[in-house]
Design a binder for this molecule. Structure first.
Ligand code: PLP
Length: 337
């Protein structure tokens, strides 16, 4: 396998911990958690792992400015802004909002909390856009920055291309070195742009993890996401000089937990967030890890993890970060019960 160079932005390895009080309360299998909420760098998360490789790539191409895009409370944007600040680069964020962008200032007032507050604090240039106009505006922004005499680099949505996904290939190696005596039957986590699941899926293959990789979709239909992940995992394998390919049928994604849609926390998410907080003192986020944990809890209750119970395999829940969204204005009312 090709070894990749990176710029260090994290403090790895992130810890693995057992969650005995949560397991007991759920009457389910043992549960372990991989704490990628503790990667470091401005509250960290899974995008920080990807950015170690993406920022190396950007620097090696001579870039002085990174451009990326995401939702208003995007963790990816916040971590990109932090990485850019640390490396002395400029960062431009295109943030998508629903509806017309005309009421810019109002929008800012309304949303200036959580990740967005941190984007601002970290010195990123913020540009508002609507989903339908995003691609054109990204291109315009790229060209404008070039015309200003700077050297822009486009960080893909969610950091999910072969460069970014490679980080989770290596993260699997890190995990397996930590859990020699644990042998989880399943790794469960939130899946969205697919880079994390593509990397974990490929890493499992390369490093010989035989349990199931289970993505809980936060915003996408399972067929679409499986397709995206299998392509990205195959492309990432090529990028790393590994002759491995994946098919959508070989990817496990649940899309049963989309609720009212992306970023809308309902009863199941709140229940999961409260359980993790009160049984284990652990903070999940309302968009990704709260939804993934809600999915895991439901799957425990439906007996999904019973298949190998004779072997007593535990579940490994991979915490992917996102906790600043807990402090977004949007979630204030619902998190106060
Ligand atoms: C982006 C993100 C995910 C999803 O990761 P992908 O690689 O985009 O699938 C999960 N959890 C959190 C907290 C995230 O910010």
């Amino acid at each position: 396998m090709k070894m990749l160079q990176k710029i260090q932005l994290t403090n790895l390895p992130t810890p693995v911990e057992e969650l005995p009080r949560l397991s007991a309360a759920l009457g389910g299998p043992r549960i372990y958690i991989k704490r990628d909420d503790l990667t470091g760098l401005a509250f960290g998360g899974n995008k920080t792992r990807k950015l170690e490789y993406l920022m190396f790539h950007a620097k090696s191409e001579g870039a002085d400015t990174v451009i990326t895009t995401g939702a208003v409370q995007s963790n990816h944007c916040r971590q990109t802004a932090a990485a850019a600040a640390k490396l002395g680069m400029n960062c431009v964020l295109l943030l998508t909002i629903k509806g017309k962008v005309s009421s810019k200032n109002q929008t800012k007032e309304k949303f200036l909390s959580g990740n967005l507050l941190l984007d601002q604090l970290l010195g990123a240039e913020l540009i508002w856009t609507e989903v339908g106009e995003r691609e054109d505006l990204l291109l315009d922004t790229f060209n404008r920055i070039k015309q200003e005499g700077k050297r822009p680099y486009m960080v893909p949505y969610g950091g999910s291309n072969p460069v970014g996904a490679s980080a989770y290939v290596f993260a699997v190696k890190e995990l397996l070195d930590q859990i020699k005596d644990i042998a989880p039957g399943w790794i469960v986590f939130a899946s969205s742009s697919g880079g994390t699941q593509a990397g974990i899926t490929l890493g499992a293959k390369i490093f010989g993890f035989t349990g199931k990789i289970v993505g809980i979709s936060v915003d996408e239909n399972a067929e679409i996401l499986k397709n995206r992940i299998s392509h990205l995992a195959t492309d990432t394998a090529n990028y790393l000089n590994e002759n491995i390919s994946f098919k959508p049928e070989g990817i496990n994604v649940f899309d049963d937990y989309l609720g009212e849609g992306y970023g809308i926390a309902g009863e199941p998410e709140i229940d999961a967030i409260v359980k993790f907080a009160r049984y284990e003192g652990l903070l999940l986020d309302p968009v990704y890890t709260g939804r993934a944990a809600a999915g895991m809890i439901d799957l425990i209750q439906r007996g999904y993890f019973n298949s190998n119970r004779s072997d007593n395999n535990p579940i490994l829940f991979w915490h992917t970060g996102g906790t600043p969204a807990l402090f977004a204005e949007k979630y204030r009312e619902i998190l106060w019960d």
